[in-house]
Design a protein around this ligand. Structure first.
Ligand code: MLC
Ligand code: AMP
Length: 525
């Protein structure tokens, strides 16, 4: 296979302080595990503030020392409850210090965290549970208790209640402490559910080393230091909030103010109240911030990062005009953590996702320009689906490591900047959340007024893309209101997947094989 290689080390060098040495390798911190690197970063100066629940008051900081103690304590309690390295654990709840403790305690014990969106409905949750067979669930959504009834009741605990779990008796404490932080670099650490290019959500298995590589690359590239403070309002069940926001904060020995939802007033207020230096958001958040009268407050930060969906060049320029600073756009995926970023010190180019991050190789497939990636950040495989890995990777023509197919289409310019120009995969990204059209088709198709349905994304200034449903009405029905369809589908789908418009059509466009051609679905004039 030929194809343009974007990611030669000379390109990484633009991410390194002072331009770096183009030939220099990118080394991960010893001992090569996320938990090892965190404990090394957080052990010195135990009284320094680390995490704050914004609702808990300005002085309620959890310090580094408290965080290490709490996570060790919870890990030993989980061990005493019978959990062992390799067991899968669902973790879900509003962003909070308790949730961060639950996540990190699991990782310190070698458990495999399955971060789960709290707005999942029964079928969505049931799929994840059946697929990864968790032994425990550290979740605090009332409605889920019944759905998780097959788990041992002692292992179904809200993140807020973990400190109250029974401890080990004194004889066992030594054993349990010695189970801490012993995971190997290639041990699975997180399973992130994503549909990848097709089909029902698959669990992407990320190892300790993958997650470390992902967080370390952005730590270096964004000059993230212990002097930084992040306002973190992204959910902690996706790579953006979890693999970058939380993991990067801990790795840098920095600090973060956690907000459990996105509110432009709260974000802009907290930046000043807490001397923040960093903000990370999806484009929908920036779109709302750009309309706020105090948007200029973003300009006082050291760095604003956008990702998870395209940040339009227009919005990039609008924000630059309003704040005097250029938002830095980067590109990531569940399977790869982060893979490219605009450079901190060089040009941040509107409309481009920048250059490959340190350690990451990127190339474009010769036939069609699919973005291919490999590196220490790239996941280890899909949980329980050895065959899926065959489709997900392509061999290297020179006999090197195989390349992961992102399903995104790209171009690269002469300076090595990568631009995402489309998707080979069926995916709608709405407000930074991924929506898989087929899953939505299936749920909407259950409505009695629907004979046939196909959904697709249409451009939206606020959401990036909006879910729209094209419907062929069943006999005896002459209309179907969008609210009716949304209310019906709420039972089956998380709300961000629900259509925002319904278009009634006589027939769906299909190809010669009868398959719906979604790209031909058009809004009426
Ligand atoms: C909420 N709603 C959405 C939605 N989010 N609808 C479509 N798309 C979304 N993303 C629904 C609500 O349920 C509600 O429905 C209605 O829209 C209005 O809600 P809202 O109050 O305006 O929305 P809000 O709660 O403010 O949420 C918007 C948001 C949120 C942008 C803050 O969507 C969000 O946190 N997005 C971030 C997603 C993220 O972290 N992505 C990272 C993926 S990792 P109703 O019917 O109840 O009124 C990844 C890799 C990488 O992609 O590169 O990072
Ligand atoms: P997920 O599977 O949730 O991790 O979503 C990953 C997908 O988000 C990628 O394959 C891209 O399609 C998209 N994505 C992430 N960052 C960007 C970005 N900066 N610009 C465009 N698309 C992005």
């Amino acid at each position: 296979m030929s194809g343009s290689t974007v990611g030669a080390p000379r390109h990484w060098s633009a991410h390194l302080p002072g331009g770096g040495d183009p030939e220099e390798a990118f080394d991960l911190p010893a001992p090569g595990t996320l938990v090892g690197a965190w404990t090394a970063a957080l052990a010195p100066e135990p009284d320094r503030p680390l995490l704050l629940d914004v609702g808990a008051g300005p002085d309620a900081w959890t310090t580094r020392g408290e965080f290490l103690d709490r996570t060790a304590g919870v890990a030993t309690r989980l061990h005493a409850a019978g959990l062992r390295s390799g067991d899968r654990v669902l973790v879900s709840g509003p962003s909070s210090v308790d949730l961060a403790v639950a996540h990190v305690a699991c990782l310190r014990l070698g458990l495999v965290v399955v971060p789960t969106n709290g707005s999942y409905r029964e079928a969505e949750l049931a799929h994840v549970v059946a697929d990864c067979t968790p032994r425990a669930a550290l979740v605090d959504h009332d409605g889920w208790v019944d759905l998780l009834r097959d788990l041992d009741g002692d292992l179904l605990v809200a993140p807020t209640a973990l400190d109250g779990l029974p401890g080990a008796d004194a004889r066992e404490v030594g054993d349990e402490r010695s189970a801490l932080d012993t995971a190997s670099p290639d041990a699975p650490a997180v399973i992130g559910y994503t549909s990848g290019t097709t089909g029902r959500p698959k669990g992407a298995v990320l190892t300790q080393a993958n997650l470390l590589a992902g967080a370390e690359a952005v730590r270096v590239a964004w000059r993230w230091s212990d002097a930084d403070r992040l306002v973190l309002c992204l959910p902690l069940f996706h790579m953006h909030g979890l693999g970058v926001g939380l993991h990067g904060t801990l790795l840098a020995g920095a600090s973060a103010v956690l907000q459990d939802s996105f509110d432009p007033d709260a974000v802009l207020g907290d930046l000043g109240d807490h001397d923040a230096t960093l903000f990370f958001g999806v484009p929908t958040m920036y779109h709302r911030l750009a309309d706020h009268p105090d948007v200029s407050a973003l300009g006082r930060l050291r760095l604003c990062v956008a990702g998870s969906a395209p940040l339009s060049a227009d919005l990039h320029r609008r924000l630059a005009g309003a704040t005097g600073a250029a938002v830095l756009e980067r590109y990531g995926m569940t399977e790869t953590v982060m893979l490219a970023s605009n450079p901190y010190d060089a040009e941040r180019r509107p409309g481009s996702v920048g250059i490959p991050l340190p350690g990451v190789d990127v190339r474009l497939a010769p036939d069609g320009g699919e973005i291919l990636v490999r590196g220490p950040n790239v996941f280890a495989g899909y949980w329980g689906r050895p065959a899926a890995i065959e489709e997900a990777f392509v061999d290297d023509p020179d006999g090197g490591a195989p390349w992961f197919r992102t399903g995104d289409l790209g171009t690269v310019d002469d300076d090595g900047y990568l631009t995402i120009v489309g998707r080979a995969k069926e995916l709608i990204i709405s407000g930074g959340f991924n929506v898989y059209p087929r899953e939505v088709d299936d749920a909407l198709g259950l409505h009695p007024a629907v004979a046939e349905v196909a959904v697709a994304g249409v451009p939206s200034e606020e959401w990036g893309e909006e879910v729209v449903a094209w419907v062929v009405l069943a006999d005896g029905h002459d209309c179907l209101a969008v609210d009716e369809l949304r209310d019906f589908a709420r039972e089956h789908l998380a709300t961000y997947k629900l259509p925002r418009r319904v278009v009634a059509v006589d027939a769906l466009p299909r190809n010669a094989l009868g398959k719906v051609t979604r790209h031909e679905l058009r809004l009426p004039d």
